[in-house]
Structures are given as C-alpha cells and as structure tokens.
Design a protein around this ligand. Structure first.
Ligand code: FE
Length: 338
C-alpha cells in the first residue's frame, strides 16, 4: 500500500510538472476590519469578476507583524485597515508595495492616499466634538484648541492616548500648529478630563450621556452606529455633534483603507479589488455598512450621518499623521494623557 502511494505521488508530481494546471484567479486579504464589514463586498467582487477571495481577519497590528514574519512567503495580497496611522506603520514595516492605478488616483482625493501608492483611503470618518444636548450651548464651542480652556475643567471624556485615533488627532495639531503649541494645548486639555481615560469611543459617548462629562471626543461612526441600534438609541440621542475648526483648518478626518502587500502573489487581482472598492456601488455599501463617509463626492452619506450636518473637513495630507505619530505619542505622554 505504502509503495503504491509513493508511486502515485511521484507520478502526480511528474504530471504536474508536465501539464500546466490552470489556477483559478484569486486574491488573499488580511483584514483588520471585521468580517461583516467587508465580506458582503468581497462576495460582490467575486460575483462580478470570477476572482475568488480568501479572507483572514484579525487585529491590524498583528496582521502587519504576521506579514513581516512571513516575509517573501506571505500569501497576503491586500492589507485592509482603519486609521492612516496603521497603514503608515505597515508601509514603514515594508509589508506594502507601491502600486499605480489611474482609477485609484482619479477617484481618491490625494490627501486620503499615500503619495507613492503604498496605501489608499477607501472610506472616511470624522472625529468631531460631541456634547450633551442642553448641558452645553453649542455657541460656547469653537475649536479643538479651545478645549484646553479652564472653562471645560472636569467636563471632558476622551479615551486613552494608546489609541491610534487620538494619536492621529494630536498629530494633526502638530502638523498645523507645531509641537510647542500642541504640547501646551495637551496640558490644558488633560487638566480638563472628567475621569482618567478608559474604554473606547462608544464608552465616552455613554459617559457623557450618563452625566460623567459634558463633552466627548469620538469618531462619527460610533454615534451613528448607536443611533442605528435600538438598544443604544436613547443614550445616543442625548448627545449632539459639533463640528469644530470650521473657520480654521476644518474637522479632523481619518480613513479606513488598504494597500497591496509587498510580496503579493496576485498583484493584478489585488489592484482590481481596490479599484472595485472605489466604484460608486461598492462605496455606497462599504461606507454605509460602518456608517462612514464615502471617499467619492457623488455618493451621499447615509441618512443618519446626514443628520449630523455638513462640515468642512481638514484637507491635511494624511501621510503627515503617520510621520508625526511618534512625536504625538511622546507629547501626549509628557502631558500626562494616560
Ligand atoms: Fe473604530
């Protein structure tokens, strides 16, 4: 029996070396975003193109480490992640490659993609000021910088400085106002915290609604997601969005995005997938699935996002946020932002 199986293995390998086997086109995705946020879109892509999609989901930083250790043998074709800080980290860790595509560069605003094509923004989110309706007069609010003013003492909830969203927010201030002004701001801002930072963005909104603080900093899709959820709607309705910096730099925005893996075995399919994700149809679904804004201006925001109103977004080249990430962390640390 054993002998027979060895023979058949040998003949199989001879056969495979003689007869080219037609591999079905496929693309392998490492996604830092949850399966339910990407899978339906990937299924649509497969149905339209016949390209099979293999999806692995996990924590973005762990997927990046995995790509580093897999090196040239990595099966990854595409890395999907939220926050430019992480995509920039992936580029720095040399797990992405530069790809050029007219479709991608003409569809995605230049501020929302890497200048050299290492990563591309696929959805946008904003990080505005949220306030408890009735407790804060929106006329008192103006800029992020003003949140360092003593009038907000003990009234602000924000998550930890370990969080990439706050690191990117702080990096944007460094880019606009310089490190010195930002360090001064951070000290005043931290002095105004209602409680030591704990929990995620959603927890800051809940704390504000529960009376712990009057102001919360959170990404728009968290509040929108709570408003869309019957079990959290009543809490979320206590909180309103204020768009800061409307007469200055605009509201801090960030992306979820993707890049093609450095050793992508299926590079052509990987680029096709990114291009597919920027089509109006895909954008409509992808942006709405997580209550985000489309990177296309011909795709309207969801009904819930539209309720927050229009705003002027910061047009800073997001790559800056990656470059300034380490400076931002150091500065937040020094300010005592836990
Ligand atoms: Fe998030």
């Amino acid at each position: 029996m054993k002998f027979v199986s060895v023979i058949s293995l040998v003949s199989a390998s001879i056969l495979s070396s003689l007869v080219p086997i037609a591999h079905a086109a496929e693309v392998n995705i490492y996604s830092g975003r949850q399966e339910e946020l990407v899978k339906p879109l990937l299924d649509k892509f497969s149905a339209q193109t016949g390209i099979k999609v293999n999806l692995i989901t996990g924590k973005a930083d762990e997927l990046i480490s995995r790509m580093v250790s897999e090196g040239r043998n990595s099966p990854a074709d595409v890395l999907i992640s939220s926050d430019v800080g992480r995509l920039y980290r992936a580029k720095q860790q040399q797990v992405l490659q530069s790809v050029q595509s007219d479709t991608l560069t003409s569809t995605i605003p230049s501020a929302l993609r890497d200048p050299n094509g290492y990563w591309y923004g696929l959805t946008m989110r904003a990080r505005p000021i949220m306030y408890v309706t009735g407790k804060v007069d929106p006329a008192e609010l103006s800029t992020y910088a003003d949140l360092a003013s003593p009038k907000w003492k003990g009234r602000i909830c924000v998550r930890s400085s370990n969080n990439i969203y706050n690191q990117s927010l702080t990096a944007s201030f460094i880019a606009h106002d310089g490190a010195e002004a930002t360090a001064k701001w951070a000290q005043g801002f931290v002095a105004n915290f209602a409680q030591p930072p704990r929990g995620g963005d959603r927890d800051q909104i809940k704390a504000a609604a529960a009376g712990v603080c009057d102001i919360a900093i959170a990404n728009t899709y968290y509040l929108a997601g709570m408003l869309a959820d019957d079990s959290q709607k009543q809490i979320a309705q206590k909180v309103s969005v204020f768009w800061p910096n409307q007469t200055t730099d605009g509201v801090h925005v960030n992306i979820s995005g993707a890049g093609v893996a450095k050793y992508a075995p299926n590079k052509t399919e990987a680029i096709k997938l990114l291009e597919f994700m920027t089509t109006a149809e895909a954008q409509q679904w992808y942006a709405e699935a997580n209550h985000e804004y489309s990177i296309r201006d011909d795709v309207p925001a969801s009904e819930i996002l539209q309720r927050f109103g229009d705003f002027k977004a910061d047009t800073l080249q997001l790559e800056n946020l990656g470059e300034l990430n380490a400076d931002a962390i150091r500065l937040m640390d020094r300010a005592g932002w836990k």
